[in-house]
Design a protein around this ligand. Structure first.
Ligand SMILES: [Zn+2]
Length: 104
């Protein structure tokens, strides 16, 4: 089966579950497990979150405009490759895609 490896301007892309690629820690080509990057949970006690909360207090309200009408219909999808030998994670640059499928 032939896969398209994250080409730009694609509507949908299928990526394999595992790929052979270079691992900088092992300094060799090893097998990597492919997963889609997802944003982690935001920490409520991070300095930016505390500062933002403090700025919202009192007179003045919201400090920056909230974007309501989005122009883009796609999201940037980033791939996370995990080395099967040492466990190091690599990121593949995100491109705008409507759909990203991991095919097994
Ligand atoms: Zn490795």
């Amino acid at each position: 089966m032939k896969f398209i490896w994250l080409r730009r301007d694609c509507v949908g892309v299928k990526v394999p579950e595992t790929v052979n690629t270079y691992c900088p820690k092992c300094n060799a080509h090893t097998e990597h497990k492919v997963s889609i990057y997802r944003k982690g949970k935001e920490r409520a006690l991070a300095i930016g979150a505390r500062r933002h909360e403090r700025e919202l207090h009192g007179y003045g309200g919201q400090k920056y405009p909230i974007q309501r009408n989005k122009a883009k219909t796609t999201e940037k999808k980033t791939l996370v490759l995990t080395c099967s030998k040492c466990g190091r994670k690599l990121m593949r640059e995100g491109v705008r895609l409507r759909k990203l499928e991991i095919v097994r």
